[in-house]
Write a protein that binds this ligand. Structure first.
Ligand code: AMP
Ligand code: ZN
Length: 464
């Protein structure tokens, strides 16, 4: 299996540290608002990666953290650096932990709707403060960090390899710093240093530490939680492309300074999703969430299918037309699958090719193409059914679960549809239309079919 490693900027043969066991850490969401379809795209990469690893008989332990404290951001509204979880909870008049629970649950609901595999562990930063403090203490003892006025900073020039992931070595960093470092951190010895612990006087959400009341920095959370659940050296670390610097660069510095060992073997980064070729932004009003997709009448799995059509390292341009086309293709897939007889054979040629392209850095667009090629081929129908079922272990489109239900029409709906056919035959179209709407309201669609000039009868399908 080949995987592109951001670290080497090359496709590499995948060889985990421990035989068939694979450890995978994905940076999870900051839970103060709904996650958008861009975030979901990045989590889809983790889902597919896990499924492809499984198809190659690897035993994967997947951890995704929940950032519920410490991910400080510059707020244009207040012109200040804020912890968005705290700020948003104050606006809503609830506690930060109540707020983060709401958005963690919503995130997990979206993930379920997209049929993503559950993480094995979903650790929350706020529940790992003690461990974080312990690691910071060691970094201070080893001379990699210093305390100043209740804050603790990582001393970047002490870590000789800084910049090895992103290429942002100290000598190149000056112009970058403005954009990414928190500007109020005026007590740092060097502008490249970053916070491990931040003084926080408001007690809404802060913890006692040897350095006074405060909160951990975002980067140290991931170093500590990945180490706790997966060990000091990880096989794969994943996230969106914007995390390469500074987040992942800083994770490497902290973790390797702490353990003295290489932190991650393979770095996997997903390119951004844009909407109609534009960056998603609240001011443009083009930030879409999964509920928007569902409210427009789409099956969320159509979005899952859509993400397969762009390789994870290519920019993905989301448009409603593209989603519509994906939904149509998916419907056709369910329809074809519903017509296949049950079977146990293999469609060898296609199945081998399917895994082969997946093993080339998760080439989902090609994998989809091979699936369609198989369905259109003259391979025996029973073999196609069995092969499609195996392919769906990776695709996760619930192909047979949905296609079997699509053809499973309740008696009541059939009676109404027959009644509508009778009304149409009698030319009573208004009443017939009323029945159509009633049937649609029950979650079914009617397709009026005519073949060779002869009426073929109405086909009822379950809406998906
Ligand atoms: P955040 O909650 O901002 O930390 O983001 C969660 C994950 O979504 C991170 O891995 C980000 O890199 C990723 N992400 C943010 N915006 C996008 C986008 N437009 N397209 C793809 N991934 C994104
Ligand atoms: Zn992280």
């Amino acid at each position: 299996m080949q995987l592109y490693n951001t670290f080497s900027r090359e496709l590499e043969e995948f060889a985990p540290i421990n035989g068939k066991k694979v450890t995978l850490y994905t940076c999870g969401p900051t839970v103060y608002r709904d996650i958008h379809i861009g975030n979901l795209r990045t989590y889809m990469t983790t889902d597919i990666l896990r499924r492809v690893l499984k198809a190659n008989e690897y035993d994967v332990t997947a951890v995704m953290n929940i950032t519920d404290v410490g991910h400080f951001r510059f707020s244009k509204d207040s012109n200040k650096v804020i912890d968005p979880v705290v700020a948003e909870s104050q606006k809503m008049g609830i506690t930060p932990l109540q707020l983060s629970k709401i958005y963690t649950d919503k995130f997990l609901t979206d993930a379920k709707k997209l049929n993503m595999l559950d993480a094995d562990v979903l650790p929350k930063a706020s529940e790992h403060i003690e461990e974080i403090i312990e690691v910071i203490k060691v970094l201070i003892d080893k001379g990699y960090a210093y305390v100043t006025g209740g804050n603790v900073y990582f001393k970047v020039d002490k870590f000789k390899d800084y910049g090895k992931l992103s290429g942002n070595t100290l000598d190149k960093m000056d112009q970058l710093l403005e954009a990414v470092r928190v500007s109020v951190e005026t007590d740092k010895k060097d502008s490249a240093d970053f916070a491990l612990w931040k003084k926080a006087e408001d007690r809404v959400m802060s913890w006692d530490s040897p350095w006074g009341m405060g909160v951990p920095g975002w980067h140290i959370e991931c170093s500590v939680m990945s180490m706790k659940y997966l060990g000091v050296a990880l096989d794969i670390h994943a996230g969106g492309e914007d995390l390469v610097f500074p987040h992942h660069e800083d994770e490497i510095a902290q973790s390797e300074a702490f353990t003295g060992e290489k932190f991650v073997k393979y770095w996997v980064h997903t390119s951004f999703l844009s909407v109609e070729e534009e960056k998603m932004s609240r001011s443009r009003g083009n930030v879409f969430i999964l509920s928007d997709v569902i409210d427009k009448g789409f099956n969320p799995l159509a979005f899952r299918y859509l993400t397969f059509q762009t390789h994870y390292r290519a920019k993905m341009n989301f448009t409603w037309e593209a989603l519509d086309a994906a939904a149509t293709a998916l419907k056709k897939l369910y329809d074809l699958a519903g017509k296949l007889p049950e079977g146990e054979g293999y469609a060898d040629k296609y199945e081998v090719e399917f895994l082969h392209v997946l093993n080339q850095d998760l080439n989902m667009p090609k994998a989809l193409a091979i699936m369609w090629e198989m369905l259109r081929s003259n391979a025996p129908e029973e073999n196609k059914a069995a092969a499609l079922m195996r392919m769906d272990e990776v695709l996760g489109l619930k192909i047979f679960e949905i296609s079997s239900k699509m053809n499973d029409i309740p008696e009541e709906v059939i009676t109404l549809s027959d009644e509508r056919d009778r009304l149409r035959a009698e030319g009573r179209f208004m009443l017939a239309d009323q029945l159509r709407h009633r049937i649609e309201g029950m979650g079914y669609e009617l397709l009026d079919g005519k073949k060779d000039g002869k009426k073929e009868g109405t086909k009822i399908i379950r809406k998906i």
